[in-house]
Design a protein around this ligand. Structure first.
Ligand code: SF4
Ligand code: SF4
Length: 553
């Protein structure tokens, strides 16, 4: 039985597939500006957005089109739309104007991108990815470019160049690793965000982003789970939890007057291994209710993640607003947010200028833990607390009964998910929690963690099935670091605090490091928690036997 599923269209041996990676740029004599038209390769991109998705949120130019076709059926005045859009955004977003102007092409970022490392394609160097758009900017918006063209680094916007730009915009996961190394702090993700926003004016989204956006807009979450189904799924988890622990938890929904609203990515409700993290939240809340936590879930704001971030600022704002609107409707004081990646990037980096006015006239206030009395001053403006901060505070104040030996079957490492790490600096809290609930914790090499962490290979909406080659190439540096921890320390579990990571890292491990599984932190927390009235625990939430606690018949 082959280890790698056939529909991945990848060799069984990763070495075979990586043997064509060369990190030598095109010969200088040719120059990158004259490289031949891009060849869009199967496995390295995602399928086109279906028109219904775009229509659902009123995005422009919805139509059937194919990424592999010569004719992308662009509107007749596509060039005008693109350049007008660019002009508008150069005027509105200072970062965009700045990042179009200031790169000195020092190359410090060149080898820092996981897609370049794994593909060897020079256009995946961040500096060159940015140049694809910057050269169009120079040609059409700078005096030197208008007069001197290529001599001043300008390139006319042509159909071929639009395709090339699109292809490489969707080979960037907006992870911002390259930005850590840029002496000017140029944020490549901001360039990609703007580039995607411009191509979206032409209806050129991918379905893996457009579908979750449409679902989220229509049903409240990316998965398109209807409110009644959302409740049923959590009720199913109630039964599962009772089977393992003997304790019957009682989540409630849409309760007006609750103190706290809980919002998490729907990926945790929908698919393994995120579901175990979801059960972890439910167990934690059940225990804390006795200590004074007054919390409710929402079937309307049933998504913490925000695929709008990968689409446009306008869509990001619209999708995010439902959390604050729901908080206001229910009259809660603050929002507790689950283990998610882009949710936190959006909240921490953009909410200050987006939806905070929605909190006006509501009962929202600076979050205070009802259990420990800790004020979360860092969340004063957003009124949202990350669950690992919340749980770290509980542990620090001895509010949880923990038996870390219940995780002794695991040797754990921690993957810093790009957005909580580089988007909010959440490095210590997850580690603090893990070290208190697990006896065996090992770090991956230093230059692959914390702010230098590597992307899972499929962030920013690239976690489709059809771009598996791109994902495995982009995931190579992360997998390599896990392999090191696996071989050196016997690591068999990698924890992370992002639902996309929990969805995509199992595939990456299947390909490169079989024997390492993926978990969320709150699965580990509640594995270790000693619950009031629990039965003798013999298995963990996955049904795996706990060492030394097996039933002796
Ligand atoms: S490190 Fe910064 S300045 Fe240097 S090439 Fe990269 S983006 Fe440009
Ligand atoms: S994927 Fe990450 S490292 Fe690569 S260019 Fe995009 S932001 Fe930079």
């Amino acid at each position: 039985m082959p280890r790698i599923p056939k529909d991945w269209n990848l060799p069984q041996e990763p070495g075979d597939f990586l043997s064509d990676v060369g990190h030598t740029p095109e010969p200088r004599v040719k120059g990158w500006m004259n490289t031949p038209p891009v060849k869009i390769k199967r496995g390295m991109h995602c399928y086109a957005a279906k028109p219904a998705r775009l229509k659902a949120v009123g995005m422009p130019n919805p139509r059937e089109w194919s990424t592999m076709a010569d004719d992308w059926k662009l509107p007749e005045n596509w060039k005008e739309i693109f350049l007008d859009g660019m002009k508008d955004r150069l005027g509105r977003f200072r970062t965009f104007q700045l990042f179009m102007d200031i790169c000195v092409r020092c190359g410090a970022c060149a080898d820092k991108c996981h897609y370049y490392i794994g593909s060897g394609d020079p256009k995946n160097m961040p500096v060159l990815r940015a140049e694809l758009l910057r050269s169009i900017y120079r040609q059409h918006f700078t005096t030197a470019g208008k007069i001197l063209g290529p001599v001043a680094g300008g390139r006319e916007l042509t159909y071929e160049r639009l395709k090339e730009l699109w292809y490489y915009l969707y080979q960037c996961s907006e992870c911002r690793r390259c930005s850590v190394f840029c002496p000017y702090g140029i944020d490549m993700a901001e360039i990609t965000i703007m580039g995607r926003e411009l191509t979206n004016l032409l209806g050129l989204n991918i379905d893996w982003i457009a579908a979750p956006v449409a679902f989220c807009y229509m049903t409240g979450n990316h998965m398109g789970i209807q409110p009644h189904a959302f409740v049923e799924m959590l009720e199913f988890f109630v039964d599962e939890i009772e089977e393992v622990t003997g304790v019957r938890v009682k989540p409630d929904f849409n309760r007006k007057g609750a103190e706290v609203l809980f919002v998490t990515p729907s990926g945790d409700v929908f698919g393994d291994p995120g579901t175990y993290t979801c059960m972890g939240y439910m167990i934690l809340f059940h225990e804390l209710q006795k200590l004074g936590l007054d919390i409710t879930w929402s079937t309307y704001a049933s998504e913490g993640g925000n695929f709008g971030l990968f689409t446009s600022n306008e869509i990001m704002k619209r999708l995010n607003s439902k959390m604050y609107a729901e908080a206001k409707r229910l009259g809660v004081k603050w929002i507790l947010g689950g283990e998610c990646g882009h949710m936190w990037r959006v909240v921490n980096q953009y909410m200050g200028t987006m939806n905070l006015e929605l909190a006006e006239g509501s009962k929202m206030e600076e979050p205070v833990s009802p259990i420990t009395g800790t004020k979360f001053e860092n969340a004063k403006s957003t009124k949202m607390v990350h669950i690992t901060e919340f749980t770290a505070d509980l542990i620090r104040n001895n509010k949880l009964k923990l038996d870390p030996s219940r995780n002794d079957h695991l040797k754990v490492t921690f993957h810093d998910s790009c957005n909580p790490a580089r988007g909010m600096g959440l490095f210590e809290e997850p580690r603090y929690v893990i070290k208190n609930v697990c006896n065996n914790f090992y770090e991956m090499p230093e230059n692959t963690i914390r702010e230098q962490t590597f992307c899972c290979g499929a962030g920013s909406g690239l976690n489709a099935g059809e771009d598996m080659e791109l994902r495995m190439r982009g995931g190579l540096p992360r997998a390599n670091a896990v392999k090191y921890a696996h071989e050196q320390h016997g690591v068999n579990m990698m924890a992370c605090i992002c639902a996309i990571d929990r969805a995509v890292l199992p595939d990456l491990m299947t390909y490169y490091v079989p024997g390492v599984d993926i978990t969320g932190i709150h699965e580990l927390v509640t594995n270790a928690m000693v619950l009031d009235g629990e039965k003798k625990k013999t298995v963990d939430l996955r049904g795996e036997p706990l060492p030394g606690k097996e039933d002796k018949e």
